[in-house]
Design a protein around this ligand. Sequence first.
Ligand code: MN
Length: 239
Amino acid sequence: MLNHTLFVGDLHLSADRPDILNAFYQFLDQISAECDALYILGDLFEVWVGDDIAEPFAIELAARLKQFSTNTPLYFIHGNRDFLLGRQYAALAGMTLLPEVHRLNLYGQTTVLLHGDSLCTLDKAYQRFRWFRNQPWTKFIYNHLPKNQRVSIATKLRSKSQQSNQQKSNTIMDVEQTAVNALMDKTDVDLMIHGHTHRPFIHHLKNERQRIVVGDWYDQGSVLTITPDEISLTALPFR
Ligand code: MN
C-alpha cells in the first residue's frame, strides 16, 4: 500500500544486540516497496566512530539498506550517537543524508524532522558539548586521528555521558517546550517529528500543532506511520 511514510529512530544497533538487528531486517522486508519513504531519525547505531572503522554487522546492514533503497527512498538524520556517520557509509547504505533540521510537506502538512537532542536545552553541559562537537575544526582534527585513538575517544565519551546522564533529572533529559515552539515557529510547521528522548507519544499542542516522538528499539520496536488521513505510532514486538 503506497501513500504512507514511515519513521523510526533510536535503534541503537550494535554487535551485542543481534535481536534488534533481526527485528529491523524483518521490518525492512515487510515494508519494502510498500511505502513512499522511510526516515531514520538518528541513533541508528549505538556508537559510530568512523566510516572506515565500520563493524561487520554495519557493513551487512548497509547491504540490506542499499537493497531496500532500490525500491523505496531512504533518508537519514544524524543522532547524537552516530553524528560521525559520513557520506561514505551513507552511500554504501543507499541513505540520503538530511540536514539536522529538515522541513518537508507531508501529504499537505507542514512538517519538521530532527533527532531531538537539540531541543533538550535545559541540559547545558550537553549543549556545550554539542556545540564543540559540531565545529568543523573538531571534526577535522578527529577525522585525522589514527583509528585506535578515535575508538578510545568514543569509548571515553560514551562512559562519561552514561555516568552524567544517571545523575540528570527526567526534566533535564526531556525536550523543552520553549525550544519546541521556537523551532516550529521558525520553520513554520504544524507537525514536528523526533526521537532521542525514548518517550514515544503524540503530543497535541496549541493551535492544532502536534509533536510526535518515536520510541527506541530497546525492548521492542517503534514505528510511526503517516498517511494522508491518519497518524499511528505503534510498538513492534521483537519475535
Ligand atoms: Mn539520541
